[in-house]
Design a protein around this ligand. Structure first.
Ligand SMILES: Cc1cc2nc3c(=O)[nH]c(=O)nc-3n(C[C@H](O)[C@H](O)[C@H](O)COP(=O)(O)OP(=O)(O)OC[C@H]3O[C@@H](n4cnc5c(N)ncnc54)[C@H](O)[C@@H]3O)c2cc1C
Length: 360
């Protein structure tokens, strides 16, 4: 195709999930020439950012994340099991359980968040094409990047690739590979009959860490069920071969824990929703350019299965990298050239906070 037939945008974002829609929004604040490409329809349920709630919190297992947000080192309360049960009588926990309470945690409605970013970006003049997969990247004679899609060919100055579990399909066309393990995770909603005790006002978001698993739970939001999930370690799939079938072992693990420590949370299973994690070998983000392969104008982000809380911030960081070539945020440890990404013998470390392998 002749260069004149290519439509030019200054910036193109490939993948409009949580992080991509954030990047689109922040780019649209800096430039009137922004294109977002989504291979499916907007708001689809095949990626990592769907559903009505994601945990957002300041406390984190690793200071490379707490450094990204202000005030994260403010003290948080340590609660004995008795103090925990006094504050939240829904729990029935023994003296071996210690609670850490952090008031500023909450939930973010992911589906709404993505839609808001997209709508605001469009309001700022961005173009967003749905059902339009990017198929490959090539270099134009003038040095720009050409983005080939099923609906035409586009040319741009910078590309942001936020393709989740499909990351390597597009990056592979420029010889870049991020060793992403895609797993089919799930969350279960229980139709608790004790709804009044599991509202956002009455029940916290909680994470339960033990040697066997890390579990997270949320109060009722967006439907009538209390929500729980096991973090990571589910079946390895690909973004295209995954199923939407719930794993009964994970459902049982959640039910058994709840019977023990929070029985009123339970009720008939309302729904188990599957969702994809796209994890790097060390479970840390990648936020970098592909300069090491000669593509400094291709910027990549992988959220490693825990990024929704950072989706808008990462969008801002990506827009900084695209427009200014640098950012004020410390992303030095999320580089694509670190051992975890480049060394094929790097030991997989998927479990947040513990770093050890565990299997249900
Ligand atoms: C069950 C579950 C619970 C979670 N809980 C939390 C939580 O409590 N807190 C938290 O912070 N995080 C949580 N996460 C993680 C978080 O949701 C993800 O890290 C984040 O949403 C990933 O966003 P993304 O934009 O990278 O990926 P995705 O949302 O998967 O978006 C990638 C998009 O790119 C599109 N795409 C791919 N290839 C192309 C192409 N070639 N052309 C055009 N489009 C393309 C895809 O269709 C998709 O829409 C959870 C994840 C799951 C699955």
């Amino acid at each position: 195709m002749a260069a004149s037939k290519r439509q030019y945008f200054e910036y193109i974002v490939i993948g409009c999930g949580g992080i991509g829609s954030g990047a689109l929004y922040w780019l649209s604040k800096r430039s009137s020439s922004v294109l977002g490409l989504e291979q499916f329809s907007l708001g689809h349920e095949r990626g990592g950012s769907q559903d009505v709630s994601r945990i957002i919190r300041l406390t984190y297992h690793d200071d490379r994340y707490t450094r990204l947000t202000p005030d994260t080192f403010k003290a948080y309360d340590r609660l004995s099991n008795l103090q925990l049960m006094a504050r939240y009588p829904q729990f029935t926990v023994g003296p071996d359980i210690v609670g850490l309470y952090q008031e500023q945690a909450g939930l973010v409605d992911a589906a709404v968040g993505n839609a808001v970013h997209i709508q605001l970006a469009r309001g700022n003049g961005a173009t967003v094409l749905e059902n339009c997969p990017a198929t490959r990247l090539t270099r134009a004679n003038n040095g720009n990047v050409i983005v080939h899609t099923t609906k035409g060919v586009f040319e741009c100055r910078k590309v942001v690739v936020t393709a989740g579990g499909w990351l390597n399909t597009i990056l592979g066309t420029i010889g870049v590979h991020v060793p992403v393990t895609v797993t089919q995770e799930q969350v279960t909603y229980y139709a608790t009959p004790h709804m009044k005790e599991f509202t956002k006002e009455k029940h916290p978001i909680w994470l339960f860490h033990c040697p066997r698993y890390d579990i997270y739970a949320l109060p009722i939001h967006g439907n009538t069920g209390s929500k729980i999930g096991v973090d990571a370690g589910s079946n390895v799939v690909t973004a295209d071969t995954r199923t939407f079938e719930p794993d009964p072992v994970r459902e049982r693990t959640c039910t058994e824990l709840l019977q023990e420590i929070c029985p009123k949370f339970l009720g008939p299973i309302l729904q188990t929703k599957t969702c994809l994690y796209a994890m790097t070998p060390d479970r840390h983000f990648v936020v970098d350019t592909c300069a090491y392969k000669g593509w400094s104008d291709v910027i990549v982000c992988c959220g490693a299965g825990h990024a929704y809380k950072f989706a808008s911030l990462l969008g801002k960081v990506l827009s900084d990298l695209a427009v200014d070539g640098r950012t004020q945020y410390d992303i030095s440890q999320f580089n694509i050239t670190r051992d975890a990404i480049q060394d094929p013998t790097f030991k997989l470390t998927f479990f947040l906070g513990r770093g050890t392998e565990a299997k249900l």
